[in-house]
Design a protein around this ligand. Sequence first.
Ligand code: NAP
Length: 286
Amino acid sequence: MHTISGTTTLICLLGHPIAHSVSPRMHNAAFDALGLDYAYLAFDVTPDDLPFALRGLRTFGARGCNLTMPLKKAVIPHLDELSDAARLSGSVNTIVIENGKLIGHTTDGIGYVDALKKEDGFDIPGKTITLLGAGGAAESIITQAALSGAKEIRVFKRKNATFANAAAFAGKIADATGCAISVLPMEDADALRSSIAGSDLLCNATNVGMGDDARTLVPKEFLHKGLFVSDIIYHPAETTLLSDAKNAGCRTANGANMLLYQGAAAFWLWTGHEMPVEAAKQALNG
Ligand code: NAP
């Protein structure tokens, strides 16, 4: 077990609420496994307190931080530079502090793409994707999948007050990347059925299915054997969507590895080391 000393460098997680986070367990186990002199702590910080927290991190010589809700967008005006994916997605979940400069990155989308590739052998380039939801996680996935060379992304979202914003976001990413991206109403069952029929990957990036919610947005008969079905929810480990997909003969993945690989991408940005994935997995499951 790593001993914190006078030379230990701080990395942290800022968000509100924060107590439930598993990120400290994952990162501290990875630092220990490689003998790196960092410590990762979580701090409950509201948007109003964010400028003071960032100033503190600079003052303390911290290497950087992760950000979670509700700070991923609120942090952007406080940063000195942004990665391409962070600028495009309008979201930051990782800051690296380089010579006092705050550089914002987003690793949620990279985590999603890397998890599918490294753990399931599923490559995004050239693939057609049906994506459910258009919230923060969905925006990161859309951005990174488009940057990574997806052929087409069809986003299904409820026809409510934020539909036009989602369509504008999709247009911006499509223009920047050349990926064909459309936003369709979730209520159009025929469009959903035909989109899934022509897709390689179906991804649920909504809250539906989380915790005790046993609902699924996809009728079982829409699922087909050649489809890879991923649900970014990791609690429960198997949502109704994933259990229906297994029964239909689909390959499946839940959100646990997305969490792991977004952490691995941040770990690499801070330390320049590959995260020891097995040690991190053990910490997450322990
Ligand atoms: P968010 O920004 O609040 O977005 C939620 C999305 O779900 C919205 O598009 C919303 O639709 C949709 N939605 C909610 N209830 C719905 C319903 N009854 N029918 C249809 N659509 C519905 O949340 P988020 O941060 O993107 O997170 C979404 C999920 O991903 C959560 O379960 C979260 O735990 C999970 N997540 C996992 C990871 C990971 O590492 N595995 C990372 C981030 C998030 P509208 O747009 O129509 O409102």
